[in-house]
Design a protein around this ligand. Structure first.
Ligand code: SDX
Length: 432
């Protein structure tokens, strides 16, 4: 296949290079387009625009493929842990036993949160949304953990990675405990990353938390499935803010804010609210599907559809199985799971959903798993953020090392008024 694209503008032919990726996906390199033709491209929401070349995650939206550094996410969910997957994403390969141990020790050493930060947590309104608290506290980390001149850049970056991966998890638990007026539980050196989180969330002086390895495993899988997803909205935000060379805490805080949106990471909370509404209205999904189909109704079926996947999100398949496994282990029945399965069954046979390639995405079943674990609804997107941290970090690091990297500054097509003069206040009827 040709390596050149030809573009004819006003009778003149321009040649543009074609870039081919590892898996054969092709792109037209337009980095010199304006210089050569005077024209720019226009692509609202960047649905057709690649912002970078990346070696981290590969997705095939037509075939429902997702791989981290070449490894299928199904295998990582089956055999890996979240900490090992985080190492893989950030460093490019699976760790040796020594490397994994060193990484785990670093995460443990950085798992405590600066005691002076507690005053911040304690002064947020009790009903503040945890995503607002998290983005504020992550941005505040630079103030509490300033760069030390005696550290090398590499040392500083690796410690910042460890602080974010470990402390963001601790912060999430702190904000939950304080919101309940409960005693904060500290991380323990003898618990794994995921078990530590559950213990910090649910342990209490009057009712010690009994760690259930099946729930720990469910959390490992949940966070592995959320760890990266190429140039999604929040990762693009981290890369864009990071391109101004601001500190990583500020760039990650921007990613948390983008993820908060109900069209993105906030969908896992919105799905449960939607399923709850269907349940309370008698359990029939048909009226909700009709609303989702209605072009005049802004209602979207939450947890359905995806910018890239035009088939089943591979993560949703794994999450759906995890729902059954966790509820069976807990000997619990969640009526919202029945509603979700019924909704999926009806929707995927509906011509509108078929024509629009709308299938369940990662958020459709993930909330059922979080409910079963005992995570409160308003923390569902925080759980997504903790999972996505290794992805944001690895993408930021890749951008730092990218020789083609430059400040993100998109162009536009101006459609406003032509040149006109200022109209004096007198002519505009202002009182003289
Ligand atoms: C995540 O990008 C990522 O990788 C994200 C993510 C990650 O891991 O980072 O996978 C995580 O954000 C998953 C998505 C979670 N969001 C939701 O579940 C919210 C509901 N879904 C949608 O709003 C929507 O599907 C998006 C936002 C996810 C994607 O939409 P696009 O690609 O921007 O497409 P669009 O909004 O232009 O929709 C195209 C058509 C429209 O109809 P037409 O005007 O062309 O007739 O499909 C329709 C839309 O109305 N449509 C839906 C729908 N999603 C799209 N109609 C009803 N219900 C839906 N859910």
């Amino acid at each position: 296949m040709g390596k050149i694209a030809k573009l004819v503008i006003d009778g003149k032919t321009y040649e543009l290079p074609i870039v081919t990726g590892t898996e054969g996906e092709r792109a037209i390199d337009i980095s010199n387009l304006r210089k050569e033709t005077g024209l720019i491209t226009l692509d609202p929401g960047y649905a057709n625009t690649g912002s970078c070349e990346s070696s981290i995650t590969f997705m095939d939206g037509e075939k429902g493929i997702l791989r981290y550094r070449g490894i299928p996410v199904e295998q990582l969910a089956e055999y890996s842990t979240f900490v090992e997957t985080a190492y893989l994403l950030i460093n490019g390969d699976l760790p040796s036993a020594k490397e994994l141990n060193r990484f785990s020790v670093m995460l443990n050493d950085h798992s405590l949160v600066h005691e002076d930060m507690r005053a911040f947590f304690e002064n947020f309104p009790r009903r503040a949304h945890p995503m607002g608290i998290l983005s504020s506290m992550v941005n505040a980390m630079r103030a509490f953990y300033p760069e030390l001149p005696e550290r090398s850049d590499e040392e500083e970056i690796n410690i910042t990675f460890a602080r974010l991966l470990s402390k963001v998890r601790t912060m999430a638990a702190i904000s939950y405990k304080i919101s309940r007026g409960h005693k904060v539980v500290y991380p323990r050196h003898n618990l794994s990353y995921c078990a530590n989180f559950l213990n910090m969330m649910f342990d209490s002086p009057v009712r010690p938390y009994i760690i259930d390895q099946d729930l720990v495993q469910a959390l490992e899988v949940f966070w592995i499935l959320h760890a990266d997803h190429e140039q999604n909205c929040s990762t693009a935000a981290v890369r864009l803010v990071g391109s101004a060379r601001v500190n990583l805490y500020a760039a990650i805080s921007a990613g948390i804010c983008a993820l908060w949106g109900p069209l993105h990471g906030g969908a896992n909370q919105a799905v449960i609210e939607m399923l709850q509404e269907i349940y309370e209205s008698g359990g029939d999904p048909a009226p909700f599907i009709a609303k989702a189909r209605d072009p005049n109704d802004p209602f979207r079926l939450m947890g359905f559809g995806h910018r890239v996947y035009k088939t089943y999100d591979p993560r949703a398949l794994i999450m759906k199985k995890m729902c059954d496994k966790v509820l069976k282990k807990l000997k619990r029945h969640d009526p919202l799971l029945d509603i979700a399965k019924k909704l999926e069954e009806v929707a995927i046979k509906d011509p509108y959903f078929i024509d629009h390639n709308l299938y369940p995405n990662v958020d459709f079943y993930s909330g059922i798993v979080l409910r079963a674990i005992g995570i409160p609804l308003n923390m569902f997107t925080v759980m997504f953020a903790i999972g996505r941290l290794p992805g944001w970090i690895s993408q930021w690091k890749e951008s730092l090392d990218d020789p083609h990297w430059k400040l993100h500054r998109p162009r536009q097509v101006y459609i406003g008024p032509k040149k006109r003069d200022y109209i004096s206040k007198k002519e505009r009827g202002f009182p003289v």
